[in-house]
Design a protein around this ligand. Sequence first.
Ligand code: ADP
Ligand code: ADP
Length: 226
Amino acid sequence: MARIVMDDLHKVYPGGVKAVTGISLDIADGEMIVLVGPSGCGKSTLLRMVAGLETITGGTLSIGDRVVNTLEPADRDIAMVFQNYALYPHMTVYNNLAYGLRNQGVAKPEIERRVQEAAAMLQIGDYLQRKPRALSGGQRQRVAMGRALVREPSAFLFDEPLSNLDAKLRVQMRVEIRQLQKRLGTTSLYVTHDQLEALTLADRLVVLNAGRIEQVGTPMELYQRP
Ligand code: ADP
Ligand code: ADP
C-alpha cells in the first residue's frame, strides 16, 4: 500500500497541447480514486503520468515516500490494467500471469503461490491451461486483472478496464473490483467515463475539466447536495 501525492502536476505535449495544468491531489493509503470528466479533459494523460508512460513536464509525483518523476514504469511498484486486456495470445493463462514475475527473477514456488492465489481470487483457476482466445471477454478481463494482482504492487491503475464488456458483465465486474480493492487495500486510481461505475467504485471522485480539477469529493458529497 502507498500514499500517492501529486503536487502541481503539468503535462505539455510536444507541439504545445496543455493536457494537465496544475493538478494537486493527496491520495491516502488504500484509497480508491476515480477520475471522471469529458473526453479530452486529461484523465488518461494523468494516469499515464503516474504509470510512467508519459513524461511529467512540471510538478512532483510521489508514490510511497519516493519522488518518482523520472523513474521507469517497472521501478514504480505500480500495476496497470488496460481496456484492451493486452494479454499474450500465444501463452496460456498461467504463463500470462507468471511471465512478468519470471522476468523479475521471482523464484518458482513464489510465482506458483501468487498465480494460484490471484487465480482463486478472480475465479479463473479452471482456465489456467487455456489460451486467451478460448476465454470469454469477462474471463480475459479477469486474466488482465490477475496480471496486475500477482505483482502485489503498492498501487493499481485502471484505464477504463470494463469498457469492452457488455452491460451485465460491467455491473458484475465493477462490484467485484470494488470488493477486491477493499480486501487487498491497494491504493487505486481508476479512469472511467461511466458515471455509475464511478459512483460504485469511488472512495472519492475527481472531476477533471480541461486539464484541471473541477471538483473532488465522495459520491455523497458530489451527488447528494440539495
Ligand atoms: P481523456 O483521457 O480525458 O480523454 P487525454 O488525456 O487523452 O484525455 O487528452 C488530454 C488532451 O491531450 C487532449 O486535448 C488530447 O487531444 C491531448 N493529447 C493526448 N495525447 C496526446 C499526444 N500523444 N500528443 C498530443 N496531444 C495529446
Ligand atoms: P517453464 O519451466 O518452461 O517456464 P512451467 O513448468 O512453469 O514452464 O510451466 C509449464 C506449463 O505448465 C505451462 O503451460 C504452465 O501454464 C503450466 N503450469 C505450470 N505450473 C502450473 C500450475 N501450478 N498450475 C497450472 N499450470 C501450471
